[in-house]
Ligand binder design. Structure first.
Ligand code: SAM
Length: 283
């Protein structure tokens, strides 16, 4: 039987041949996952042989990755804001740039001395934004919304995993909520890829992540149009709408914000210097 070191070499070659980026790291992550250990274990036990059963299980994971399946759907988890989230093919895999929405919401709540804000998370997916906010703002009322019942079930499990009492609502954007100016924050990372850009996405994204989470099926802006239209009636005066943006959308989405309804839009850059989060405050 091959040793851990030999199996890793074979697997990273297989992933390299299948054009998988980060082939070495992915081979290590999947072997650590198969063994139920961390990656340090692989180094310390480099010369230890694998059992036939474990090797065959490891090879099945490597084949899934070679086939383009994202690492996180194979391992079933992804870290976000320092917390571990369950992911399934029913939900988008949380991205690091989305942490900006969480950071800015916490900062604004603290600045305004809002100890128990009402927060709506529209298009919650894994529930990553809701759970992170509920952890940091422990007295907040967090309402997680999605049009996908399958996504809401994953989000519910993630809330339970982190012991957060979040409310879950199935709704098409804000349709389920009355126009009663009750929310302090509406936060959203909506599907924003234009239909004609879908074929250009990396295959891991295009072929595996839910299209309902990626695209609006039109020009990529239609959910922003609706959110900016519908949010003011649900936000109290001085309340905030925070949205994640696609990398070319900051000007187009900012231009949708009517100056009679919103204060001047603010844009926050991600670590690559791309304007990623739009922050709007209702007048
Ligand atoms: C880009 S994902 C974001 C998931 C998660 N908030 C995150 O940041 O990782 C968009 C989410 O919006 C949901 N969605 C799509 N259209 C929707 C709609 N009309 N109303 C509510 N949710 C919607 C999708 O099911 C998906 O979970």
């Amino acid at each position: 039987m091959p040793t851990i070191g030999e199996a890793l070499k074979q697997a990273s070659n297989r992933l390299h041949d299948a054009h998988v980026p980060n082939n070495v790291l992915d081979a290590q992550t999947l072997l650590a996952e198969a063994l139920g250990k961390d990656r340090t274990y692989l180094i310390v036990n480099y010369h230890q042989p694998l059992t036939a059963e474990l090797l065959s299980y490891y090879e099945s994971l490597i084949e899934r990755r070679a086939n383009g399946e994202p690492l996180q759907y194979i391992t079933g988890h992804q870290e976000f804001f320092g917390l571990e989230f369950e992911v399934t093919p029913d939900v988008l895999i949380p991205r690091p740039e989305t942490e900006l929405i969480v950071e800015e919401t916490i900062r604004l709540a603290e600045e305004a001395d809002l100890t128990a804000p009402v927060i709506l998370d529209i298009g919650t997916g894994t529930g990553c934004i809701s759970v992170a906010l509920a952890r940091e703002l422990s007295a907040a009322r967090v309402i997680a919304v999605d049009i996908s019942l399958a996504a809401l079930r994953v989000a519910q499990r993630n809330a339970a995993r982190h012991e957060r009492a979040i409310e879950f609502v199935a709704s098409d954007l804000l349709n389920a909520f009355a126009d009663t100016n009750f929310a302090d924050f509406i936060v959203s990372n909506p599907p924003y890829v234009a239909a004609d850009e879908m074929p250009t996405l990396q295959r891991e994204v295009r072929d595996w992540e839910p299209h309902l989470a990626l695209t609006d099926g039109h020009d990529g802006l239609s959910l922003y149009r609706r959110l900016l239209q519908d949010a003011p009636a649900r936000l109290r005066s001085g309340g905030f709408l925070l949205c994640e943006l696609g990398y070319t959308q900051s000007a187009a989405v900012s231009a949708l914000a009517s100056p009679s309804v919103w204060h001047t839009p603010r844009l926050l850059d991600d670590l690559q210097g791309i304007p990623r989060t739009l922050v709007l405050q209702k007048r």
